[in-house]
Design a protein around this ligand. Structure first.
Ligand code: ACO
Length: 319
């Protein structure tokens, strides 16, 4: 037994910043950002906290599933950094939505949503749960260096959630990890311990864009091929591909290697930028609320991110 998705939700901060807005204080341009990445604008938390976004997405997903928070048996929150080191973001949300079940955070960077689905699947398989909330929430705007044009233009803030119930719709899943802290990392904020030498790496995201690019292109096509085959399907059976939204050129390159028509690839990076682990559940919610999904549709998902990590899976839609 795996699970079925019974509800989805998403939330984004109100503030929209276009590429032109960024070029007011950075040496960049709409043309550079758009042609290199596909991003036109992103949402940035100004008055909202991550907890606000997470709560909003979670409540919408519960409403869509038609269940009360008290019915949840587990909450999994994926994020690279919650509002607090402790309590976890999952515990903050448990309180805010009025749930009473165990709750914990999971950090697999941009692959977090797929990692959480894998964890959830094990809980369902062991019959420890009947209803699980997975909520992926990221405030990347607080993690990038806004004087570094090579990274800050790429990211945005948002949250996406899915409520899972008993079922057999997760047809295949694959996770990988390949430790590498040179290509992409975000150092922790240091304390003020008076002993020993200061370890002073700034707490901002740093990235070797080309290394990440190569890793992503190689793995996205290979992972999708693997999970589609593992599900006993062919690329012709896939109705939608939900690729992690880091760069449309990465998606184009992966699409080029797979025989799935371009129209089946869902794109949201133009409006949100890279929202790390939130990108796939936000697209899932947009498809669901937009009435674009019908019973039996096959969704192929693929993510990659810091770690390096990758996650991919094939989900049948039966809501
Ligand atoms: N505006 C204008 N010029 C810029 C900007 C900018 N915002 N950023 C960099 N440049 C300049 C560089 O300084 C460089 O100038 P130079 O040639 O004079 O030295 C030039 O543009 C080219 O820079 P490159 O880094 O070679 O540009 P590239 O074509 O590789 O694109 C990019 C960079 C968009 C980051 C690309 O490598 C990429 O998308 N990589 C993958 C990144 C990614 O997926 N990150 C997230 C994954 S992990 C996660 O989601 C957390």
């Amino acid at each position: 037994m795996s699970f079925q998705v019974i509800g989805t939700g998403s939330a984004a901060p109100a503030c929209v910043k276009t590429n032109d807005d960024l070029s007011e204080f950075l040496e960049t341009s709409d043309e550079w950002i758009r042609t290199r990445t596909g991003i036109r604008e992103r949402r940035i938390c100004t008055s909202e906290t991550m907890s606000d976004l997470t709560e909003h997405a979670a409540k919408l997903a519960l409403e869509n599933a038609g269940i009360d928070a008290k019915e949840l048996d587990l909450i999994l929150c994926t994020t690279v950094r919650g509002d607090y080191m402790t309590p976890s973001q999952a515990c903050v949300i448990q309180k805010r939505i009025g749930a009473t079940c165990p709750a914990f955070d999971l950090n697999a960077a941009c692959s977090g949503f797929l990692y959480a689905l894998d964890v959830a699947e094990s809980y369902f398989f062991c019959k420890k749960v009947k209803k699980v909330l997975v909520v992926s929430s990221e405030v990347m705007s607080k993690l990038v260096n806004w004087t570094d044009r090579s990274t800050c233009v790429l990211f945005g803030d948002g949250a996406g959630a899915a409520v899972l119930g008993e079922g057999d719709d997760m047809l295949s899943l694959r996770l990988t990890a390949d430790g590498n802290w040179d290509a992409l990392r975000i150092p922790q904020v240091n304390g003020n311990c008076p002993f020993g030498e200061e370890q002073g790496e700034p707490p901002y995201l740093s990235m070797n864009g080309q290394d990440v690019y190569k890793f992503a292109v190689t793995n996205m096509a290979a992972d999708l091929t693997y999970v589609i085959e593992k599900a006993g399907l062919t690329t012709a059976d896939v109705d939608y591909v939900l690729p992690h939204q880091a760069n449309t050129r990465i998606i184009d390159a992966a699409a080029h290697r797979l025989s799935i028509p371009k129209e089946k690839y869902v794109i949201s990076i133009d409006r949100y930028g890279n929202t790390s682990s939130a990108s796939i559940p936000v697209m899932l919610d947009e498809l669901n609320r937009g009435g674009r999904l019908k019973k039996g549709d096959i969704l192929a998902m693929s993510a990659f991110g810091g770690g390096f990590t990758t996650g991919a899976g094939v989900l049948r839609w039966s809501k």
